[in-house]
Design a protein around this ligand. Structure first.
Ligand SMILES: Cc1cc2nc3c(=O)[nH]c(=O)nc-3n(C[C@H](O)[C@H](O)[C@H](O)COP(=O)(O)OP(=O)(O)OC[C@H]3O[C@@H](n4cnc5c(N)ncnc54)[C@H](O)[C@@H]3O)c2cc1C
Length: 528
């Protein structure tokens, strides 16, 4: 019998194994893929890379690791991130407790024995006192049910299930469906290779330049000179990163137009998410948000030469309401003669044909189809498992109206089950590795406390769960986030209940709430 079974060997599962094993617990990781690395194993499309700088999207738990690992670029690419995950697995001798190529298909809580009974697709039955779901917020790719998709005669590639051998687009007529982060990264590269590229856009994306390049040695040296202090400063930032920049002291609209523009220009020149942090109220005040959005729309109109194409690329929803895209040459790609933008906002894809697709009654031809259509975020990976808590309650029934949870880490009725970077935590609003380390440390502390006090189970009370969900909804209402159809709301998946899933209140406040619950003897939990 295991102490802890961890599902998933991405950055969450790897750190979970290291931390819990070093506490003397018997831990086993089960991973569906043939490799560690999670997101960075699966998402191999051209241009796949982080949108948070690698010095800030990396583990902090081991100082020797963070000192010795060198990132070659400011924003690491997928191959480098995968090498990093493999390095961590070797460096901390994790592989001996990771079973690859094995999917957890069921986990049932046995109330008599106070144990989780877990079944894999290899017909193995395992039991564990605790289960940690490290299955990732974005590990369930979403393939839209376009009629006729299976009749398409050319290759159909999903950005999150990309082939492992290189794909050559030379001489091909390629179509991309979707304009979220993955599409924004891959479109400029595919456009350079393909004969023609047609982009089918439902909603335009805000994209800010990454200004990626080799990691500056002086900056690396400066941060590494006191990396723990840098990490600590980042943990005090709302998003768990970005401590080198502070927002303007005044709210957006209290600043004169010229000064506002200067601030936005400065952030545009720095690149990445820094634009959203120019002022404190960009995500909470609609007028402030619109000033920032209008600045980006102005950039689009400057970059894209055809005014009609530029207008079609200008988003009208609040900026940051959907994940901001961080790009390299995205808008300029539409100046290429071989690239066509097709706005399907008012004319959804009706069907895929053997040689193209039909939208708005018009047929478009191509020979290669790329689906950059995102994920069933947060809940998808969990609800695909036959996961049952007390009284045989299925997670799908529990979450029929949305992902109820307490602290984002636990679900009432599912004792000794912990969830990493899911709904109800700052998860996707944080540099995710910061969230992962926080969650794992909290879980490790909780398990140690239960064992020290001779308790068998811990589970969220329904009252604490309801209060937490109400708290999350109340915070979201004070922001721009409910004002667009994003994957944060489940709006990208047909039939998914609409509930704002990540916690928008900032990482420090969230971490304080988790720490307070622990300090108060796990307030909000029933302990037996
Ligand atoms: C293209 C892309 C770019 C991203 N860029 C950033 C970024 O720049 N910054 C950021 O903060 N976040 C980013 N993210 C979010 C990213 O998912 C996290 O940063 C992080 O990699 C999540 O790690 P994880 O271990 O929680 O999950 P994952 O890396 O998703 O790993 C989960 C693992 O669980 C496995 N699994 C799932 N279900 C089962 C099952 N039933 N049985 C067995 N195994 C299972 C999966 O195979 C997978 O390997 C990005 C996501 C994507 C898709």
């Amino acid at each position: 019998m295991l102490d802890v079974l961890i599902v998933g060997a991405g950055f969450g599962g790897l750190y979970g194994l290291h931390k819990l094993r070093s506490q003397g617990l018997r831990v086993q990781v089960i991973e569906a893929a043939p490799s560690v690395g999670g997101t960075w194993w699966a998402n191999r499309y051209p241009g796949a890379r982080v949108d948070i700088q690698s010095l800030e999207y990396s583990y902090s738990f081991d100082d020797a690791l963070q000192q010795q690992w060198h990132w070659s670029e400011r924003y690491a690419s997928q191959p480098e991130l995968l090498r990093y995950a493999n390095h961590v697995a070797d460096r901390f001798d994790l592989r001996r407790d990771i079973r690859l190529d094995t999917r957890v298909i069921a986990a049932h809580f046995d109330e008599q024995a106070s144990l989780w009974r877990v079944l894999t697709d290899r017909d193995e039955a395992l039991s564990a006192r605790f289960v940690v779901m490290a299955i990732g917020p974005l590990s369930s790719p979403n393939t839209p049910a376009f009629p006729g998709l299976d009749t398409f005669t050319g290759p159909v590639l999903h950005s999150a299930q990309w082939p492992h051998e290189p794909v050559d687009f030379s001489g091909r007529d390629v179509a991309v469906v979707g304009t979220g982060s993955s599409a924004v990264q891959l479109i400029p590269i595919v456009a350079e290779q393909a004969r023609t590229l047609t982009v089918f856009q439902r909603t335009p994306a805000y994209a800010v330049p990454a200004h990626n390049g080799p990691l500056e040695p002086e900056r690396e040296a400066r941060i590494k000179a006191d990396y723990p202090a840098f990490r600590a400063r980042n943990r005090r930032m709302r998003a768990g990163f970005g401590c080198e920049l502070t927002p303007h002291p005044l709210p957006t609209m209290q600043v004169g137009a010229e000064e506002r523009e200067r601030q936005f220009e400065e952030r545009w020149a720095i690149g990445g998410f820094s634009l959203l942090g120019a002022f404190v109220d960009t995500l909470t005040d609609m007028r402030a948000n619109d000033a920032c959005a209008e600045f980006v729309r102005g950039k689009i109109r400057q970059i894209v030469r055809d005014p009609a194409v530029a207008e079609a690329l200008c988003p009208t929803h609040p900026i940051g309401c959907k994940r901001l895209c961080v790009d390299t040459g995205y808008y300029a790609t539409y100046n290429r003669p071989n690239v066509t933008l097709v706005d399907i906002g008012d004319a959804p894809i009706e069907r895929v044909t053997p040689r193209g697709l039909v939208s708005g009654g018009r047929e478009f031809g191509f020979d290669t189809l790329i689906l950059a259509t995102g994920f069933d975020a947060f809940t998808g990976p969990l609800t695909r498992i036959d996961l049952r808590g007390r009284g045989g309650l299925h997670i799908r029934d529990k979450w029929r109206g949305g992902p109820l949870n307490y602290l984002g880490l636990t679900v009432a009725g599912f004792p000794n089950l912990f969830n990493l970077v899911g709904a109800g935590s700052t998860s996707a609003f944080t540099s995710v590795i910061v969230a992962i380390e926080h969650h794992v440390d909290w879980i490790a502390g909780c398990v140690a406390w239960l064992d020290a006090h001779g308790h068998a189970t811990i589970e969220a009370t329904e009252a604490a769960e309801s209060a937490w969900v109400a708290y999350g909804n109340a915070i979201a209402q004070q922001t721009v986030f409910p004002h667009c159809n994003s994957w944060y709301l489940g709006a990208n998946i047909a039939g998914k209940p609409r509930m704002f899933m990540p916690l928008a209140g900032g990482f420090p406040a969230y971490a304080d709430r988790c720490a307070a619950a622990a300090r108060e003897g796990y307030a909000g939990f029933a302990i037996r």
